[in-house]
Structure formats: structure tokens, C-alpha cells
Design a protein around this ligand. Sequence first.
Ligand SMILES: [Zn+2]
Length: 289
Amino acid sequence: MNDTIQRFLFEHAPVRGEIVHLDATWRAVLARHAYPPAVRTLLGEMMAAAALLTATLKFGGTLIMQIQGSGPVQLLVVECTSDHFMRATAKWADVPATGALHELVGDGKFAITLDPGGGRPGYQGVVALEGATVAAALEQYMLRSEQIETRLWLTATGNCAAGLLLQKLPERGGTDSDAWPRATTLAASLTPQELAAFDARELLRRLYSAEDIRMFKPRAVDFRCACSRARVATMLRMLGREEVESIVAEHGEVEVNCEFCNERYRFEGGEARAVFAGESGAPAQATRH
Ligand SMILES: [Zn+2]
């Protein structure tokens, strides 16, 4: 199956949706770190959710979905650009095999940031860490922050992360007010295995064969890390000349590992010093590497 986001619309009812399948994109994330099963499930569900929300929210830049936990799962980060390039990473310690969201991340912070890039100010929304799943927490968030009734079904295995999103649109002249409960009840009958196994066309055929569904052109999703040597150089400038000099003095070089893609950036003594050449002493801009 391809890595795609499929938008669809109920032709005669105020309901729209998105279906995402991440295969190679998800496997590219899994190939870079050996995630324990519970972390893998959370991270994969967040991958699917981030792709779905990126397709839903109108913005240009990068959507960053991040959970900082105080439980066994310490950090989950998923990024999706508005042209659907994704990357993800996590940090954890002694994770149980399974557990509800709040058990795994403890008293954490769940934030969604829309970063327009280019140093322009972004927007950050805080997702209440309630409900047993990533989907439940995000449904509440969408209702509160976007005032849009949203339902999400998410699943992640070792091969595939997938998701289905439904949104209730404003009623048009009171027609078919039963459509929303009908659409969500049918979607709730879907098993995680079916969601992962069937492509968007087949899922819609199985769920909504009695409805008139309009499918839009599917959009491709792919793994791509935004790291670069230039971004690492910016990060070294943020660390400061003194700190970088002390690392060079101790290790003979500075080595930075990208936590998303494992790419290793090495700056030998002269290269590390060259990062600060021509610096006026003004504080550098904060940038993710
Ligand atoms: Zn990277």
C-alpha cells in the first residue's frame, strides 16, 4: 500500500473525513530506533494523527505534536510539514508492555505547535492529557480549540500506522441530521486490523456503501528529516562559543547526533570554531536542528 492521505466528503450530508496510511514512512521511523511496543503504538498513533490534522488544519509550515511525559514515556515528537513530509522520535525508560495514555506518560504535557518556519511566530495549543488514548485526547482538543466535532480512529503495528478522521460540518438547511451519528457509528465498527489492512477506497466502500461519497485526489506522504549541517551549526551557536570550545578541548571535536534520523554531524576543532566566525555577539535564533 502507498503512503497516502485521502480526503472524502459525504455528498448529501454535512460530514467530511480523511484516511491516512503510513507504510514506508512509518517503517523509516521504526528503522532508526528500537522502540518498545507501547512506545511504538503511541508514536505510530501520533504519526497517523499528525498527518490527519495537517490535512485538516489550513496552514503552511510544520505541525509539531509533542508529549513530554513524567512517566515511563518521557518524550514523543512527531512532525508533519504542510507538504506531508514526516519525522518522529521518542525517549523512554522501563516501559510496560501496554498501558493507557496517562499511565505511560504520567503527569505530562501534550502540545500541538504550528510552526510557519522562517523564524516567524507560531501557534501552540495544549491538549489535555485525558482519556485512555491519543485519539480521545485529540478529539477533546479539536472540540475545544477548533469548535469542530471530530472523531479519530488510530492504529499502529510494526508495518503500518493508519488513521480515520471524521468531522461534522455545519448543517446545511437541516438536511440529514442523522448523518453524523450514522457515519460515526459505522466507523466505530471498524477493527484496527481492518483500518490497517484496507486502502481508503476499500474502507469507504465497506463503511459507507449506502452513502454518496466524493473522494478527492490522494496526497502522498513520505519520511524526510529536516536536519542539516547548517542547522546543527546554528545549534552550536546557541550553545555558545565557550561551551563548544570546552567540548573541543575535551574530545577534539564536536559530534551531534540527530535524534530523528540518527545522522551524525562532526565538527573538528577548526570547523567548530569557524561556526562562530564573524559572530557579532548577538544571541542566535532558537531553531530545531
Ligand atoms: Zn535528522
